[in-house]
Design a protein around this ligand. Sequence first.
Ligand SMILES: Cc1cc2nc3c(=O)[nH]c(=O)nc-3n(C[C@H](O)[C@H](O)[C@H](O)COP(=O)(O)OP(=O)(O)OC[C@H]3O[C@@H](n4cnc5c(N)ncnc54)[C@H](O)[C@@H]3O)c2cc1C
Ligand code: SF4
Length: 522
Amino acid sequence: MDYDYVIIGSGFGGSVSALRLSEKGYKVLVVEKGKWFKAKDFPKSNWNFKKWLWVPYLRFFGIMKLSVFKHIAIISGTGVGGGSLVYANTLPTPKSAFFKSGSWNELNDWEKELKPYYTLALRMLGAAKNPKLFDGDLGLKKMAENLNIQGKFSPTRVAIFFGKPNQKQKDPYFGGKGPNRSGCTFCGACMTGCRHNAKNTLDKNYLYLAQANGAEIMAENEVYDVRPIRNSNGSQGYEVLLKSSTKIFSRHQKIKTKGVIFSGGVLGTVKLLLKLKNKSLPNLSEKLGEDIRSNNETLVSVTGLEKEKNYSKGIAIGSILDTDENSHLEICRYGEGSDAWKLAHLPYVTGSNVISRLFKILLKFLKHPGEYFKIYFVNGWAKNTVVLLFMQTLDSTLKFKRNALGQMTSSISTGKAPTPFIPESIQLVKAYRKAINGVSTSFALETLAGIPSTAHILGGAVMGKDATTGVIDKNNKVFGYEQLYVIDGAMISANPGVNPSLTITAIAEHAMDQIVMKNELS
Ligand SMILES: Cc1cc2nc3c(=O)[nH]c(=O)nc-3n(C[C@H](O)[C@H](O)[C@H](O)COP(=O)(O)OP(=O)(O)OC[C@H]3O[C@@H](n4cnc5c(N)ncnc54)[C@H](O)[C@@H]3O)c2cc1C
Ligand code: SF4
C-alpha cells in the first residue's frame, strides 16, 4: 500500500483528519484540487477574478466557487485549507436544539459528547473575541437599541490572531511548533484571503502541524474515482484515481491506500459519492444526497449614504445580534476596493411573483435614481456597504441527485422550498437600513429568480443508525464499506442555525478520537 489513509479535500474535516491520523502514526496523503496560497498570493481586491474565483474553464483558480442549482446558489472555498481561506472566521456554538434533532438524534447525547471537542476545536482554531467594533457593527448596535434588544448584541468569536498589527511574532498558539504570525489590521478583507498573515486558516494550524508529522499534501489534483481492491467492501484497501485540476493535459495517477476519508465539502463529497454509487461503490446507502440543508440564510446588502463612514473597516464579521429564539443577524464586510459584488446586485425587492419584483425594481430605479447612481458608479461599494447575513434554525431540506448527464441537481425533500424572502429577515433589513440611513440591494439571482444563496451548505451524507436512515454511523464510518469515512460538512445531520465550521471541526475531532493508534491495530 502507498498510504494508510488518503484524505480527499483539505477543508475543516480533512485538515483535522490529517493531523490526528498523522499523530496516531498513520501514513497520510491529502489530495486537494485547489492551489496553495501564501499571504501575498491572495488578491488585493475581488476585481482580480483569476485569484478570487474558482472557474477552471476560464482558467480562474482562486479561492471561491459559486455553484447555482434550481433551489439554491452556493458559495464555497477551494484551495489548501478549503473554505478557511475564504471564510469570515466566525465560530459560534449552536444552540441545544441542533444536538437533539435531525437524523443523528438518539445516536448519542451529542451536546454532552461533543462538549470537550468544541473546546479543543476552539483552541486549535485560535478563537478570540473581536476586540474592536467599527461603523458596520455600530450600526447593528444602534439597530438593536432601536428594537430594544441591545442585550442580544455581541462582538463575534473569530479565528483571528489579534497581536500587534502587521508585526511578525513567533507562533502564539502551539508552543513554538506552529508558524510565525502577524497581528490583524482590521482591513476587512478576510473573504478575499488574508494578506497579513493574521487569519487562522487551516494551513496555519491543523495542516501545518500535520505536515510537520509527515502528512503529505498534494495540491491541484482532483480525485475522480475510489475503487475497492479485490473485495467489494474495501477490506483489502482502495485504489484512488486522480488527475490535475489546473493543467489542460494531465497525467492520471493511481494510489493504493488502506482507508479513504471523504472531506471534499458537501459539493465535492456528495457529487463524487453520487457518481461512485453508480459505479465503484454500489453499496452506499440510498440516503446519499438527502438531508441537504442551509442555515435558511438570506444575504442582503445595505449601502450607507453618509460619506464619512467606512463600512469596510473591521474584521469580515465583527458582530452578531440574536434577534429571536430561532434567528440571528451578522454584519459582513469586504475590504476597501473589493467592489466587484456590485455587478451582481439589484435593488432589494421581495414578493413571490417575478413580474411584480421586476416592476418593483424598475420603480426603485425611477424613484431614487440618485441613490442607485451613487451605489453603482460613485462611491466605493465595499467602503459603503455591509452585507447582512441572516440565519435561522428552522429546518427544510433538499435532495441532490445525479442526472443523465452526470450533473448534480436539486429537488425539495422536506418542508418548504428555501426562499430569500423570509419575513423576519425583511423586517431586519428595514431596521438596519433605518439605523445607518442606507439603501438595500441583493444578489440578482435572489431578486430575479427567487433563488436564495448560502455559504453554509450542509448534509447529504448524514448520520443514521443504519443504512436505511443514514450514509454514515455515529463515528462517521460509511455503511457498507470498511475504512471509508465522510468527515466534512456533508456529515452534518441537523440544522445548526449558525456558521458551521466550528461544529465541523468538533465533530471531525470526535470521529478521529474513535480511531485507534496504528501501533495498537491487531
Ligand atoms: C464567503 C464565505 C464565508 C464563510 N464564512 C464562514 C464563517 O464565518 N464561519 C463559518 O463557520 N463558516 C463560514 N463559511 C462556511 C465554511 O467555509 C464551510 O462551512 C466549511 O469550509 C466547510 O468545511 P468542509 O470540511 O465541509 O470542507 P471545505 O472547507 O469546503 O473544503 C473542501 C475542500 O475539498 C476540496 N475538494 C472537493 N472535491 C475534491 C476532490 N474530488 N478532489 C480533491 N479535492 C477536492 C475543495 O477544493 C475544498 O478545498 C463561509 C463560506 C464562504 C464561502
Ligand atoms: S481583517 Fe484583514 S488582517 Fe484581519 S484577519 Fe481579516 S484580512 Fe487579515
